[in-house]
Write a protein that binds this ligand. Structure first.
Ligand code: SF4
Length: 193
């Protein structure tokens, strides 16, 4: 390297450092844009609903519902303070935004009458009443109090229950108490889905 080439190299390095110091390097500029995007958003903590790991989420929405503006969720990322996942999400969790905003997402209970081709939206009250009615009728009809040997078993084998694997320990404990108290044996979660 001759003297002229050396001075050119020094000048180029100094210019690059000055640009970085002014916040004009691409990485610095991108980080600033991202921060600006989230600055006025509402932040909500939640858990990923897909599997039993239960990774923590930070969900960002905009829209002040008090002014008749519909809230919309526009960004989801891992929660760095979550004790389970420490900010990490697998590809399924990282794609949750599409799931939440999907036009095909089921948001309300629906009922399809026998023989009908269309689903009809019903209220949660109607849904709970119908579920309770069907459970009671089936349990009254099929509950097994004693087995062939005369041992008390109190088991109900004709209905199963699918619960949520991302629940807290306390919610899981209550769910088991409820299900086993009814005599249900087939209880599972979506942990292996
Ligand atoms: S699906 Fe992925 S992001 Fe969601 S809880 Fe499971 S491991 Fe975590």
């Amino acid at each position: 390297m001759n003297r002229r080439q050396f001075f050119k190299l020094c000048a180029g390095t100094a210019a690059t450092s000055a640009i970085a110091a002014l916040g004009m390097m691409p990485t610095v500029a991108q980080a600033a844009t991202r921060e600006f995007k989230l600055t006025s958003a509402k932040e909500t903590r939640n858990n990923c609903c897909y599997c039993s790991v239960g990774c923590g989420l930070l969900m960002y929405s905009r829209g002040d519902v008090s002014k008749n503006v519909e809230a919309s969720l526009f960004h989801i990322e891992g929660d760095a303070d979550h004790p389970v996942s420490r900010g990490r999400l697998c590809p399924k969790g990282a794609g949750l935004l599409d799931f939440v905003n999907s036009p095909d997402r089921l948001k309300f209970p629906e009922y399809r009458a026998p023989g009908a081709t269309e689903w009809t939206r019903i209220t949660w009250e109607d849904a709970f009443k119908r579920i309770a009615r069907l459970m009671k009728d089936d349990r009254d009809k099929n509950m097994v109090a004693v087995n062939e040997q005369g041992t008390t078993v109190n088991r109900w084998l004709t209905t199963g229950m699918l619960t949520a694997s991302a629940q807290s320990n306390e919610a899981g404990f209550l769910t088991q108490k409820f299900a086993r108290g009814l005599g249900l044996v087939a209880v599972d979660t979506q942990a292996r889905i």
